[in-house]
Ligand binder design. Structure first.
Ligand code: MEV
Length: 435
């Protein structure tokens, strides 16, 4: 049977599933039944999910967990986290508890500027282009008024438009580099609409201008940038080094080793990538739970981690005069209005759990989740090692792989409280109790 199809998107959901299972699966009935098992019995709710994207065939579950006791600027939060990795929520909760006893997390929003660009090619005199740009700039703003009026009423809008000559990097390449304040919206639609209007006004003005009779201008594209180095939030914790002493770990020794671990991630990209991945465990989980765009956040944060020309740790540490300070500045363009925020019932639920934060507050909560996650990971790595805690959390996954019964799970959990967890140890244990 051919694996090619035309008009797939026009088929009904049932027809799509039928084609897929007939074409690709040996156990056709089971394959189609599995997809249906994940449909929601509430038809309206299912339809809502079906309409988020094209060609929906079923829902894809991720666990939604919560990490309580996050003390941020003297307010308690329970943070929602949508993530599949077994140890992440437990690590966040542990770090929250650890820092709650030491004054909690402090956060500051350092900037909220977003960026978008009109990329174009121009062959002609740069001086004439600059003069034209300065003349047409008020019209660019004026023509965008229907798009910006509402945002301006609320205190946001276009902050600047600058002509940039990029011809030193690419022949004939120029851009309109634009900055925006989008308040509680992530701003992609607002920014892209403004940019497309700028491009049109700019091109129309160019075509009508007699000075450009001998030159050409081609608009290549108009799009926001997910690199937002001026939309930054700082999250930090600090305490006397002596307060780090805990469960047989000496505070001073711990602080020194922890600082070395961060120093390594500041100079060694192989380590920095994994180090920052641990931060993203916390960040992505909250980004997903709050219906934000994790791809945009990932791309922007990793670009920021490379801003000095080498990929580096996003977190930093200092130990000065007996005080341990651990902090992170990260770019986060998030929204608390628009997108999925008012559409997805669980996202709405998560916003209520967070007590309806605005975008600045959400930036702070997310940054804390990232910092906490990194603290927990580096603390484990530099003390007990990561596998002890990780494998304990992974135990349930291994047991589920072997379809362990409730009683088998209970026995295994008790046994592995005092025995090291590894895949083979769990397999042998299950075989033993089953025989
Ligand atoms: C695992 O998901 C994340 C860690 O590898 C992060 C780190 O190494 O810092 C534990």
């Amino acid at each position: 049977m051919t694996k090619k199809i035309s008009g797939f998107s026009k088929l009904s959901k049932k027809e799509k599933i039928h084609w897929l299972t007939e074409t690709y699966f040996s156990g056709k009935e089971a394959a189609s039944q599995l997809l249906k098992t994940y449909w929601n019995s509430d038809e309206k709710l299912q339809q809502l999910h079906d309409e988020f994207i094209e060609n929906t065939i079923t829902n894809y579950y991720l666990p939604l967990g919560v990490a309580p006791n996050f003390l941020i600027n003297d307010t308690y939060y329970t943070i929602p986290m949508a993530i599949e990795e077994s140890s992440v929520v437990a690590a966040a909760s542990k770090a929250a508890k650890f820092w709650e006893a030491r004054g909690g997390f402090k956060t500051t929003v350092l900037g909220t500027t977003k960026i978008g660009q009109v990329h174009f090619m121009y062959t002609g005199d740069v001086g004439v282009l600059e003069a034209f740009f300065n003349e047409i700039k008020p019209t660019l703003l004026e023509d965008a008024k229907p798009i910006t009026a509402n945002m301006e009423k609320r205190g946001g809008g276009i902050k600047s438009i600058t002509l940039i000559d990029k011809t030193a990097t690419l022949a004939n390449y120029y851009q309109l580099h634009c900055t925006f304040e989008t308040l509680d919206a992530m701003g992609a639609n607002f920014i892209n609409s403004c940019l497309e209007q700028f491009a049109q006004t700019f091109k129309n003005g160019f075509d009508a201008d007699i000075r450009f009779r001998e030159s050409e201008l081609s608009i290549i594209m108009s799009i926001l940038s997910n690199y937002v180095p001026d939309c930054i939030v700082r999250a930090e914790v600090s305490c006397p080094v002596t307060d780090l002493t805990e469960k047989g770990i000496d505070g001073e020794e711990f602080a020194a080793k922890f600082a070395q671990a961060i120093a390594i991630a500041e100079v060694e990209p192989y380590r920095a990538v994994t180090h920052n991945k641990g931060i993203m465990n916390g960040i992505d989980a909250v980004i997903l739970a709050t219906g934000n765009d994790f791809r945009a956040i990932e791309a922007g944060i990793h670009a920021y981690a490379s801003k000095d020309g080498i990929y580096k740790s996003l977190t930093h540490v200092s130990v000065i005069d007996g005080v341990f300070r651990f902090w992170m500045d990260i770019p986060l363009a998030v929204g608390t209005v628009g997108g999925l925020t008012k559409l997805h019932p669980l996202v709405k639920w998560c916003f209520e759990l967070l007590q309806h934060p605005n975008a600045k507050q959400l930036m702070q909560i997310i940054a804390v989740a990232g910092l906490a996650q990194n603290f927990a990971a580096v603390k484990s790595l530099t003390t007990t090692g990561i596998q002890q805690g990780h494998m304990k959390m992974h135990l349930m996954n291994i047991l589920n792989q072997f379809e362990a019964s409730i009683s088998e799970k209970e026995q295994a959990v008790t046994y592995f409280k005092t025995n090291p967890v590894s895949h083979s140890a769990v397999v042998s244990y299950i075989e033993k109790i089953r025989s």
